[in-house]
Design a protein around this ligand. Sequence first.
Ligand code: PRP
Ligand code: URA
Length: 208
Amino acid sequence: MNVVELHHPLITHKLAILRDEKTSTKEFRELVKEISMMLCYEAMKNAALSPVTIHTPLTSLETGMIDTEKYAFVPILRAGMGMLDGVISVIPNAKIGHIGMYRNEKTFEPVNYFFKVPKDIQSREVILLDPMLATGGSAIDAIDLLKEKGVQKIKFLCIIAAPEGLEEVWKKHPDVCIYCAKIDDHLNAQKYIVPGLGDAGDRIFGTK
Ligand code: PRP
Ligand code: URA
């Protein structure tokens, strides 16, 4: 599958606190931001560099820079918004789109209620953001919507992914690489990720 899982003691440490039911909303938000930054670093590992000449106070050198104007971040509302601060701190010039989705509580199918992306989205690499990839339905529909707009390069950043959802996304969109902090064990009968962290949106926004 087209998946990169972060393996780092700091990720394990931060995920342990994030998952803990006693973790406060404030700390939960801070951890989502920090882990998102690390996911973004990993997703940019093979980014193209353009040659530049830099004059330091001591000398000049030939080095490389990323054209940060070529990227767009698209959080899937609501929970994806929690990841935005972290990734913007890595690529501050990226444009931002929004896709509104929620899961129908009975069918678990995603419902799209909002879609607004930059006009030139087809010429940008899109980094989709959503902390949870459970059945994969929301990710698949969001990728479908972006591809309909002509987007050719998409990466998906999530904090926790379920194996079942990863497989579904792979079947439908094998070209999309998924970067996750952890692949968890399974989905329960309510399609929640186990062990997971509960409802990411509710924990980020303190709605429960
Ligand atoms: C959560 C999560 C994903 C989706 C994942 O959103 O943030 O968008 O569920 O589930 P899936 O892979 O089975 O589609 P939710 O529906 O809880 O909406 P919210 O972000 O507004 O809380
Ligand atoms: N959405 C969440 O927020 N958590 C899950 O475990 C599954 C979907």
